[in-house]
Design a protein around this ligand. Sequence first.
Ligand code: C2O
Ligand code: CU
Ligand code: CU
Length: 522
Amino acid sequence: MASGGKLRGVMSIDRRVALKALAAAGLVRWPAAFAQAPADPDLEIRLTAARDRVPIWSGPATDVLRFRAEVLRGRRDAVRPSGSYLGPVLDLRRGERVRIAFVNRTGESSIVHWHGMIVPERADGHPRVAIASGAEFVYDFEVRNPAGTYLYHPHPHGRTGAQVYAGLAGLIVVREPGEAALGLPSAADELALVLQDRRVGSGNQLVFRRTMMDDMTGVLGDRVLVNGVPDARFGVARRPYRLRIANVSNARIYKLAWSDERPLHVIATDSGLLSRAEGVQVRPYVVLAPFERIELLEDFGARSGGDEVALISRSFNNGMMGGMMGRGGAMSNRMRGMMGGGSMMGGMMGGGQGEELLIARFSIARGERQPGAALQLAEPQPPARASGHELYTRVSFSHMRGTLNGRVFDHHDMTAVADDERLPVGAATLWTFDNDGPGMMAMPHPIHIHGVRFSVVERTASAAPADLREGLIDVGYKDTFLIFPGERVRAWVAPTEPGLFMYHCHNLEHEDGGMMRNCRFV
Ligand code: C2O
Ligand code: CU
Ligand code: CU
C-alpha cells in the first residue's frame, strides 16, 4: 500500500496482463490453500452465458445475454429453466457439495457471483478473476446457507450493470429438510418472482445507459418484467402460497403492496426465514431495494374465487435530489405497467423512481378454501460473540460518483484493502454506515456485503421518507440493506470465511462507477 503510485501501477498492469492471459486459457491458478476442490461433488452443473434472441414483447425478438444450465451429475431437478431470458433457477439443498463450471460465451469478460451465498473466497466471483469470453471458471462450494432465496449474477468490474440489464441473472433457492416441520406451503405451492424494469426502444431492443442521469440514478425502466415476462399473470388456488420475491433491477426500488390493500406477511428476508422471536412481519407494504429478497406467506384463500388481485409498486416520494428529476406530477399516479407501449414518453423516458407500477396479476381459482398448516417458525440462532471491533463507512455521492469513505474501487489493484476494511473471522464486528445528506446529490443506496449474513441492529435519524418507513424490514439476516440520505445504519457482521470479499452499493450503475471496495476477513 505504501509503495509509490508509479511502481504500483506498473506492477498491476503486468499482473493484469498475466491474469488475462491465464484466464483466457482457463488457467487461473490459486495458492495451494485454495486448491480444496472436493473430488466428488454431489451436484455438477455447467452454466453458460451467451448471446441469444428471445421473444419478450409482441413483435420482433429482443437481443439478450442469457444463462443456460445443465446438470452434468446429480439431481436433474437442480436446474429449472425460465420461460424467458432469465437464467434458470438453481434449486440447491443445504449441505450439498456443488461444482459449477461457468462457461463465458458473452463476447466480453465476465464472472459469476453467488449473491448472498457463504462460499470460500475462491468461489465468490470477485471481479479480479473475471475470465475472457471463451474461457471457463470452475466453482466448488458447499451449500452453507439456510433455506432461503438467493441470486446469481455477473460481477466483472465496470460491466455488471450492462450484463445484468442484458439478461444475465438468476435465482438460487436453498432448501433444507427442517422446512417441512415449519408448516410452510409445499414446494408445489411456491411462486418465485424476479422483478426487473426495462426500457424498450425501436425493434423491441433494450435501451441501457444513455445519459448522465442514468449514471446518477441508475438505469430505470418503465416496463416491469417478472421472471423475464411482461404483464405477468399467475393462476392460484384458494390456499396459502410461499412467494419468493427478488428485486433484480439495476436501480429500481419497489414499494410492494397488494392492490386490494391486504397487508403482506413477510416470513423471510435476504438470508433465510425469520425466527420465532422475530415473528411474521405484517406490513401494509414492503420496500425492496435492488438485490434484496423477501418471502411472503400469502393466503389466497382469504379472497373470493374468481377474484383478481395485483401485486403493485405504490408511488412514493423518492427523496432523491430533492425530486429534481423525480416523478412528473401528471404521470405519478399512472399504472405505467398497464400503459404498455402507449406510455406518454414512448417508453423511452423510463418510469422515474417512485412511480406507481403494476407488477403481476393473480387470478384466484373458484372452489373451496383450503387452510394451511399453522406456521411454526424456528427458534432463533445464538448470535456470534462480539469481536470488540468496529468499522465506520461514510456513504456519499458527489461529482457523479458514489464513494465509500471517500474511496472508489481500485481497478488497477483489485486486491487493495484499507485498514478500515478488515474484519475478524468468527466474531461479530459492529459496522456503521452513514449516508450523507440531505442535499442535491443525496440518494438512497442499497449496500451489500459479500460472503456474510448480517443483522441490522440500528437505523437512526429516521431519515427514511415517511411514506417508506413502515416497509423497511430490518429483522432477520440480511446481505443487502437500503440506506437513505441522512440515515445511519449499523449492522453486526460476523464473517465465517477468511479471504478477500467486497462491499458495495448494489445500484449497478453506482457499483460500476466505482462505489465498491474490497474487504478482508482475517
Ligand atoms: Cu450481488 Cu457484489 O453483488
Ligand atoms: Cu454478493
Ligand atoms: Cu448507490
